[in-house]
Design a protein around this ligand. Structure first.
Ligand SMILES: Cc1cc2nc3c(=O)[nH]c(=O)nc-3n(C[C@H](O)[C@H](O)[C@H](O)COP(=O)(O)OP(=O)(O)OC[C@H]3O[C@@H](n4cnc5c(N)ncnc54)[C@H](O)[C@@H]3O)c2cc1C
Length: 417
């Protein structure tokens, strides 16, 4: 029988959440082991994950604190403004008549954010590459390709079995394997949720005119349509449609896709041209009913998979990481058992409310906006106009979206865990 690999924390899933957690724990002096069925190299290919993510400024601080700044900064596009509208005509959010709109401007909270932008747009492949480099630099043990097949939770430790038969043991296992978490299932933690019947079509477009760091979000009856600024005068589109229409857009010939794109996008940024592959992501809500159990914790999409309309999914996962790393590092310093329920409950208490509030807010916004009900149009138009006129409300939204409110873990303030 093969030897058992020992660690302080076994992290199932070396995606954006798991790899960040590995680095955070290592910087706190713990010994994590990362496991993923995908080798890091495969995750870096342009065809692996076409998404770009809006990274809240507090999440970006955490990556900087973990040493990713020099690799990420050249690729990070500052988001200076966010324009939200439920107008149907493209470009209405630039202020043209035709619909209610709401404007968030980084300059308005500069005094509280040290001049940070509202967030940064980063292509996931760039973030994955930076994390892979940092994980290697830090000398972390990464078992990949390898998949967690089962977990046995004992009194003093948990034992993980990999699909290839290898075994690992640690006082704590963290499930970071996304929505299909094996660790979550092995711990008997249930999920609740529903499908939105929508899918997000993701593509990268090249623009004739500079986007000036402005992100646009149109709430259209079929679902939100977001134009998110990237470096090199490009933008990432997240184009939400009912699933059947989204699948048709993915497989449409280039000229057909471009015709739809021009109609939807308009010409306020000049000619737009989609280059590279299109990706389609089915959208659903999936929430774990608990974040922890004896010798187990969940983080990232394993704990909460949400609608992407406000760009908060990964940010929630990165907030989980910051809180969990701080709880574990303090417990280890005090000589406590890091996998005990008493310690893990501190993590659950820290993250539970924020995870539920953000997930349900995104769900509610999608329901309120993804329809053409005239009464709701009236209400939401009035709502957008009112919030737009009230400076303190706007500033509160911006700080919440930036992850700057509440009891922040040290990493989200840019400090060591
Ligand atoms: C269209 C779209 C746009 C989005 N835009 C944004 C945005 O702008 N901002 C934002 O914050 N969020 C955004 N999100 C959400 C964000 O992409 C997710 O929250 C994030 O990718 C979750 O990362 P994760 O590491 O938790 O999970 P995953 O990315 O699902 O990673 C899970 C990892 O676990 C591994 N794994 C799977 N099974 C096993 C196993 N048995 N054993 C070990 N490992 C396993 C997988 O290989 C993978 O590497 C968006 C989502 C979508 C769909």
């Amino acid at each position: 029988m093969s030897d058992v690999i020992e660690a302080d924390v076994i992290i199932a899933g070396a995606g954006l959440t798991g790899a960040t957690l590995g680095l955070a724990l290592a910087s706190a002096g713990l010994t994590p082991v990362l496991i993923d069925p995908q080798p890091f190299d495969a995750q870096l290919a342009p065809t692996f994950d076409g998404r770009a993510s809006a990274i809240a400024f507090s999440s970006f601080r955490q990556w900087r604190a973990l040493g990713l700044g020099p690799s990420l900064e050249p690729h990070a596009q500052r988001i200076e403004q966010i324009l939200v509208t439920d107008a149907r005509s493209p470009g209405a959010s630039t202020g043209a008549p035709g619909g209610a709109w709401l404007r968030f401007d980084a300059a308005e909270i500069a005094d509280r954010s040290d001049g940070e932008p509202l967030g940064y747009m980063l292509e996931n492949r760039r973030s994955r590459a930076a994390l892979a480099e940092a994980v290697e630099r830090a000398g972390l043990t990464v078992l990949a390709p390898a998949a967690v097949a089962g977990v046995a939770f004992g009194d003093a430790r948990a034992e993980v079995t990999l699909a290839d038969g290898r075994r690992l043991a640690a006082p704590l296992v963290v499930g970071c394997e996304g929505r299909g978490s094996v660790v979550r299932d092995a711990a008997g933690i249930e999920t609740i949720g529903w499908s939105y019947g929508q899918s997000g079509v993701v593509a990268t477009v090249h623009l004739e005119r500079d986007h000036e760091g402005v992100a646009h979000e149109y709430f259209l009856p079929s679902g939100p349509f977001a134009i998110l600024p990237l470096t090199e005068r490009r933008a990432s589109l997240v184009w939400t449609e009912p699933t059947r229409r989204a699948d048709a857009l993915r497989s449409a010939r280039d000229e057909i896709f471009h015709a739809h794109l021009r109609r939807r996008f308009g010409d306020f940024l000049g000619e737009v041209e989609a280059r590279g592959p299109r990706f389609v992501y089915p959208l659903s809500l999936q929430m774990a009913t608990r974040l922890t159990g004896p010798r187990v914790a969940l983080a990232g999409d394993a704990a909460h998979g949400i609608h992407p309309l406000a760009g908060q999914g990964l940010n929630l996962g990165l907030k989980d990481v910051a809180a969990l790393a701080e709880v574990l590092s303090e417990a280890a310093r005090l000589g406590e058992d890091i996998g005990s329920e008493a310690v893990l409950e501190r993590y659950a208490r820290w993250r539970r409310l924020d995870n539920i509030a953000v997930s349900l807010a995104c769900d509610g916004f999608n329901r309120l906006f993804s329809n053409d009900n005239p009464a709701l149009r009236l209400v939401r138009g009035a709502g957008l106009a009112v919030v737009n006129r009230i400076g303190p409300a706007r500033r509160l939204f911006m700080q919440e979206a930036g992850g700057a409110l509440g009891d922040l873990p040290r990493l989200l303030r840019g400090e060591a865990p």
